[in-house]
Design a protein around this ligand. Structure first.
Ligand SMILES: O=C(O)CCC(=O)C(=O)O
Ligand SMILES: [Fe+2]
Length: 348
């Protein structure tokens, strides 16, 4: 995320931890429709479902960085509010993941409590698509900053979508049309904070999960985000860190992209653990823009050229709309059962 000034406030990310092998793609080159960068993007979306996106050097990217920095600073102030104040905006996971989630209200895989607090700010709420939700005064007073962040992030994702549509032989604009910014959805900006740890006390803060939606833009300064490489067994030693890089966002695909592409694209399991090395003693702040499909969007496989496999005769297709699918998955995640049973027809 953001720039070096944010990174300099913390101990350095250590050199001796296992890292995810993620390509670093340039938004500038993708905006110029550079063919090699575009093919690398498609490859990353098929193989890992995760990549770093360098936002420096283009107007859209630099604006995104500026606005993410402002929101990052605001999120720190929000988590500095009194807990009684934040509890007034408590999230109700049966309805949505909007509002404030205090530490410990979700379960980890072993049934123990999680170690992350977050605030979910709805896109519809901030852009006026829905009736306003209650939010702390600090959020209301900075509505314009949040709106800018929603617009920047959506614009970048639409551009990434256009590359994927090309490689998947899909109709131009179809992916963006499944996630329109002005129609009701569960799209949100999630501001997260995990509490500091004693150095050496390694634990999971946020359960291993795949994101439910279409695409996520993550801004991290302190480490702790990990993924489980494709084909690796879910054992402790196989998880690898994603190193936050100044000027870059981490992009990952969500389950909807797997559904729509018939399993061609990948939504990878990830989690947040104690930051590595000396960073463990820092509170860890992060931002996630989680783009979800429109509530009424179909989760069915898209028909395209010969890249996306056709649904075979007799093969069962998920008939849930995005809203129903998300409700089912949210209930699973809150209960500590975070992985979808079926993704794109395959058990994971
Ligand atoms: O905090 C992070 O780095 C990741 C958060 C995340 O995976 C999520 O909010 O879905
Ligand atoms: Fe996630």
């Amino acid at each position: 995320m953001p720039r070096a000034s944010h990174f300099n406030q913390h101990p350095a990310f250590p050199e001796d931890v296992a890292l995810a092998d993620l390509p670093r793609l340039s938004l500038t080159k993708l905006l110029e429709n550079d063919a090699f960068e575009s093919s690398q993007l498609f490859r990353a979306c098929k193989e890992t479902g995760f990549f770093l996106l360098d936002l420096t050097g283009s107007g859209a990217g630099e604006t995104m960085l500026d606005d993410a920095e402002k929101v990052f600073d605001l999120s720190r102030t929000i988590f500095g509010l009194e807990s009684e104040e934040l509890e007034r905006f408590r999230f109700k996971p049966k309805e949505s993941l909007f509002g404030y989630k205090r530490i410990g209200t979700m379960k980890l895989e072993d049934g123990s409590p999680d170690n992350v607090e977050f605030y979910g700010l709805g896109q519809d709420d901030m852009l006026g698509t829905s009736t306003p939700r209650p939010n702390p005064e600090l959020i209301l007073a900075n509505r314009k900053t949040f709106q800018d962040m929603f617009h920047d992030a959506y614009g970048i994702i639409c551009h990434l979508f256009s590359h994927l549509e090309h490689h998947l032989s899909l109709k131009p604009g179809i992916l963006a049309s499944l996630c329109p910014q002005d129609k009701p959805s569960q799209t949100m900006l999630r501001m997260l904070r995990s509490a500091p740890h004693n150095i050496g006390n390694h634990r999971t803060n946020l359960i291993g999960h795949t994101d439910l939606g279409a695409m996520t833009i993550l801004f991290n300064v302190v480490g702790g985000l990990q993924l489980l490489p494709a084909e690796a067994e879910n054992v402790e030693g196989n998880w690898v860190y994603i190193r936050p890089e100044p000027g870059c966002a981490v992009i990952n695909l969500g389950d909807a992209m797997v559904q729509w592409s018939g399993g061609i694209l990948r939504s990878n399991i990830h989690r947040v653990v104690t930051p590595p090395g000396q960073q463990a003693s820092c509170p860890r702040d992060s931002l996630a823009y989680l783009l979800r499909p429109e509530a009424a969007a179909s989760m069915r496989r898209l028909e395209g050229g010969d890249i996306i496999p056709r649904v075979a005769d007799g093969e069962q297709e998920d008939s849930l709309c995005a809203q129903e699918w998300e409700r089912m998955r949210t209930a699973q995640i809150v209960a500590g059962n975070s992985l979808p049973e079926i993704i794109g027809g395959q058990k994971v």
